[in-house]
Design a binder for this molecule. Structure first.
Ligand code: FAD
Length: 297
């Protein structure tokens, strides 16, 4: 498997700032993630050093160019899952796999909600957000994965190690999975429905779901995997301590797991570019020290 000293997930201000510091220190660094939301035609009026407003697009383009100057490997590739590995952390992406001695999470915050009326009532009683945490509890049982993209496809394929009774609901969205993943799902005979689940049924835990056309489907479990995987998903699979939807990190951006650092909006202190950039720098410094101490660089 491809190995890097530092793997950064997220190409927003926090991830790019971390990449500049990591690259400049000479660490072999990869940054995984495509343009952040702010990289559009938005006016940024409060970022230091720009007396005239700058667009989010220009700011991000400048950050990318600066990170490239320090030989950071920048890839528009989405991360599907993260696992602890022998030498650090294994990161599975849409394009392949990479292992990092240290990991910096800079994924921002955006959790797409599935829009199921009573989903909160069934959390821990059938509804889960993490296959690697809870898939085991559904051995041989009927489960649904809710999501339209490659993240949902990957969660579904992971579930197959526990049960063959898996199906996908895209919640009214058009499936957005690439041909290799669609082929794997077809080979495993996974049904994909574009119908929308309105609510969950069951007295003592979940027993099924009801669709907006009035039809119902038996299910003991429902795994939410809308959009792309985010900080919450990685936190769940790695066992990171969270504070609501945010990842807990100390003043050095260290999480509760050695070698895993978090920066920017995913930490949730003050959702601003200046803070994300500062935390990215701190996270990189901590990651560089960690790699030098643990692996002697
Ligand atoms: P983000 O910028 O959200 O970047 C996170 C990155 O992680 C994204 O590229 C995302 O695609 C990537 N990612 C997530 N999951 C994955 C995955 N599974 N695999 C790979 N990549 C992943 N702040 C200001 O200070 N001033 C402003 O004027 C201002 N205006 C704003 C206008 C808009 C329209 C928006 C949306 C935000 C604005 N903000 C502003 C807030 C600011 O953009 C954020 O605080 C800042 O971008 C946070 O940086 P970040 O790097 O933590 O997260």
């Amino acid at each position: 498997m491809e190995k890097k000293k530092i793997v950064i997930i997220g190409q927003g201000p926090a991830g790019l700032s971390a990449a500049i510091y990591a690259g400049r220190s000479g660490m072999d660094t990869v940054i995984l993630g495509c343009d952040p939301k702010v990289a559009g035609d938005y006016t940024i009026d409060n970022y230091f050093g720009f007396p005239e407003p700058v667009t989010g697009k220009e700011l991000i383009e400048r950050g990318v160019a600066q990170a490239q100057r320090f030989d950071v490997d920048i890839r528009c590739d989405r991360v599907l899952a993260v696992y602890p590995s022998e030498e650090g952390y294994q990161v599975k992406t849409e394009a392949g796999q990479v292992e990092g001695c240290a990991l910096i999470l800079a994924t921002g915050v955006s959790r797409v909600k599935p829009g199921i009326q009573n989903i909160n009532e069934y959390e821990s009683r059938g509804v889960s957000y993490c296959v690697s945490c809870d898939g085991f509890f559904y051995r041989g049982r009927k489960v649904l994965v809710v999501g339209e993209g490659i993240f949902a496809a990957n969660q579904t394929l992971e579930l197959l190690q526990y049960t063959p009774h898996v199906s996908i609901s895209t919640q009214g969205k058009t499936p957005d999975m690439n041909p290799p993943f669609l082929a794997k799902l077809a080979e495993a005979q996974i049904p994909i429905s574009e119908k929308k689940i309105t609510h969950i049924e069951g007295e003592n835990g979940m027993t099924g779901v009801v669709y907006d056309d009035g039809s119902r489907q038996d299910a003991d479990g429902l795994f939410v995997a809308m959009g792309q995987a985010g900080a919450s998903d990685f936190a769940a699979s790695l066992g990171l301590v969270k504070n609501g939807v945010f990842i807990e990190a100390d003043e050095k951006q260290q999480t509760n797991l050695p070698g895993v650092f978090a920066a920017g909006d995913c930490v949730g202190r003050f959702l601003q570019i200046s803070v994300a950039v500062g935390e990215g720098a701190l996270a990189a410094r901590s990651a560089i020290r960690y790699v030098k101490q643990q692996f002697g660089k």
